[in-house]
Design a protein around this ligand. Structure first.
Ligand code: SF4
Length: 358
């Protein structure tokens, strides 16, 4: 039985030219590919984690218009960055992008460094992002493995193992490292990802038109449908909040979360997490203080996040006009005119809750 590295070495000679020729012919026209400038590549790679490419194109263009350089991003306020991110989800990506831009200004003169080791010292940079920026923007032979690459390599090299297992991840990275060696490492990495996104797709891959089908071990062995093996489903957590809906004329009371944890730095209807079986009225009274008058539960909004089931119990609340300091867990709170809400960074779950609150 040959090792993953040996298989990668064997495949490289034929697969590299086949796949690069196909990439030159078939690659999608994406705005950050026009120049491969480091900053644009970095922003695109961060956005592409967890988000479909069609959505990313819209957000990337707006983001680059508003923050065209690392320095302009570093000088921005986090709430403006989060405001532009609204609807993309996974807001820690935006917080890290902003934090990293500040470090880039402090430590690297506002430029992205051209080494994997230096990139890995920045907030939000894991092996994937560092490999992507290093190879695409700086043409370094740096490997990367994302979901698409993992699927393509699993099939092409017939690699077994359950996704998430350390031995399989190590084998994939070792194989990717061998295969990225050579000319055009950035195009090579993008070609692998592109093949996974458009041809070697999870269900019913298009093997008949695949540019590397003559080298594909899973195809030759009749194992395409078995590889990669299915992921173990993640454990889901239920998160329940009692949420305050307070209105004043055409204004709504909104609060901005502390800049850490789930929904950190985002605006929302203020709320408090409920322990299992806890009473929402009592929890809100304690959370908002004696001067708040807690009304009945208006409605319950449920949302499914990646690893969590979110339950928001909305209560009508009256508060004195002059607000005291914000409750625990929030940086600020204020009455916001409805027409201004769209410009604030807010999760989709909370946008849904606001729509339900009327
Ligand atoms: Fe994927 Fe099929 Fe191409 Fe193999 S031949 S790499 S399974 S699309």
């Amino acid at each position: 039985m040959t090792s993953p590295v040996e298989r990668a070495r064997e495949a490289r000679r034929d697969v590299r030219p086949q796949l690069l020729r196909w990439f030159d012919r078939s690659k999608r026209d994406l705005p950050w590919r026009k120049s491969n400038a480091p900053y644009g590549v970095w922003v695109s790679e961060v956005m592409l984690q967890q988000t479909q490419v069609e959505r990313v194109v819209r957000y990337w263009t707006k983001f680059l218009e508003r923050f065209p350089t690392v320095k302009s991003l570093a000088a921005a306020e986090l709430k403006d960055v989060l405001g532009l991110w609204t609807g993309l989800g996974y807001y820690s990506r935006a917080r890290n992008l902003h934090l990293a831009s500040k470090e880039l200004v402090l430590r690297f003169g506002g430029e992205l460094p051209d080494s994997v080791d230096a990139l890995l010292t920045l907030p939000g940079f894991g092996r994937y992002t560092a490999g992507a920026v290093a190879s695409i923007a700086f043409e370094l032979e740096a490997p990367l493995v994302d979901g698409n690459v993992a699927r393509v390599l699993s099939r092409l090299l017939e690699l077994d193992g359950v996704p998430g297992e350390k031995a399989r991840e190590a084998a994939l990275w070792a194989a990717a490292e061998v295969m990225v060696e050579g000319a055009r490492p950035g195009d090579w990495n993008q070609a692998l990802m592109e093949l996974g996104a458009t041809v070697c797709v999870p269900q019913n891959p298009l093997c008949l038109v695949c540019p590397v089908r003559t080298s594909c071990r899973a195809l030759a062995a009749g194992r395409v449908d078995e590889l990669p093996r299915p992921k173990k489903p993640p454990k889901r957590k239920r998160l329940e909040f009692a949420v305050a809906v307070a209105k004043r004329g055409h204004e709504v009371l909104l609060a901005r979360r502390e800049e850490k944890g789930l929904f950190g730095g985002l605006w929302e209807l203020p709320g408090v997490e409920l322990a299992e079986g806890a009473d929402g009225d009592a929890a809100l009274q304690k959370f908002l203080g004696k001067k708040a008058s807690i009304g009945p539960e208006l409605t319950v909004v449920e949302r499914t996040l990646t690893h969590r089931d979110l339950v928001l119990r909305l209560h009508a609340i009256s508060l004195p006009k002059r607000l005291a300091k914000p409750p625990a867990g929030y940086l600020e709170w204020r009455w916001v005119p409805r027409e201004e809400i769209g410009g604030l960074g807010m999760s989709s779950a909370m946008q849904g809750a606001l729509a339900e609150a009327g």
